[in-house]
Write a protein that binds this ligand. Structure first.
Ligand code: INI
Length: 165
C-alpha cells in the first residue's frame, strides 16, 4: 500500500481565519492557539488574514467569500457556541457546521472546523488551551495538513504526486 505524504509544514502557505466574536474570551484563546501553531510550523504572520464576525452563524458567509477569492490555501473557522436554555443552540450549531461543510464542498477550499459546541463556559475554556486541549491549535494543524494534501492531490501526474511507499 502507498500513501500520499502527510506534511505539517506551513511555510509559504496562506490562511484565512474566520473568528466569531461571541464568547470573546474563548474566541481570543482559540485564535491565540491557532496562530501560534501556524507560526511555529513556519507560516508568516503576514500570511494569516483574520475576518471577525459577530457570531458563529455568520462564519459560513465570511468563509465562502474568502474561499471564493482563491487567495487562501486553507481556511480556519473559530468560535464557541454555548448551550443555553432554548433550542437556539441547535440552530446555530446546525447553521455553522452545515454552512462550513457546504463551503468546502462548493469551493474545494479546505476549512478546518475549530468551533466549539459545548454545554457551558468551563467546557469551552478547557478546550481553548486548558485541561482538555487546544482546539485552536488542532484546527490549525488540520488546515495545514489539508492544504498540503490538496497540493499533492492537485499536482500533475509526476513524481511528487505519486503516493510514497
Ligand atoms: N453565537 C456564537 O458564536 N456563540 C453562541 O453561543 C451564540 N449564542 O449562544 O447565541 C451565538 N449567537 C449569535 C449567532 O451566532 C448570530 O450572530 C445571531 O443569531 C445573529 O445572526
Amino acid at each position: 500500500m502507498r500513501s500520499y505524504a502527510v506534511s505539517t509544514d506551513a511555510q509559504g502557505l496562506r490562511f484565512g481565519i474566520v473568528v466569531s466574536r461571541f464568547n470573546h474570551e474563548v474566541a481570543h484563546k482559540l485564535l491565540q492557539g491557532c496562530a501560534a501553531f501556524l507560526e511555529a510550523q513556519g507560516a508568516r504572520a503576514d500570511d494569516l488574514h483574520l475576518a471577525w464576525v459577530p457570531g458563529a452563524f455568520e462564519i459560513p458567509l465570511a468563509a465562502r467569500r474568502l474561499a471564493e477569492s482563491g487567495r487562501y490555501d486553507a481556511l480556519i473557522a473559530l468560535g464557541a457556541v454555548i448551550r443555553g436554555g432554548t433550542p437556539h443552540f441547535d440552530y446555530i450549531c446546525a447553521g455553522v457546521s452545515d454552512g462550513v461543510r457546504e463551503v468546502m464542498r462548493d469551493t474545494g477550499c479546505p476549512v478546518a472546523f475549530g468551533v466549539l459546541t459545548v454545554n457551558d463556559i468551563a467546557q469551552a475554556l478547557e478546550r481553548a488551551g486548558g485541561s482538555a486541549g487546544d482546539k485552536g491549535a488542532e484546527a490549525a494543524r488540520t488546515a495545514i495538513e489539508m492544504a498540503q494534501l490538496c497540493r499533492v492531490l492537485d499536482a500533475p501526474p509526476a513524481a511528487e504526486a505519486e503516493p510514497s511507499k
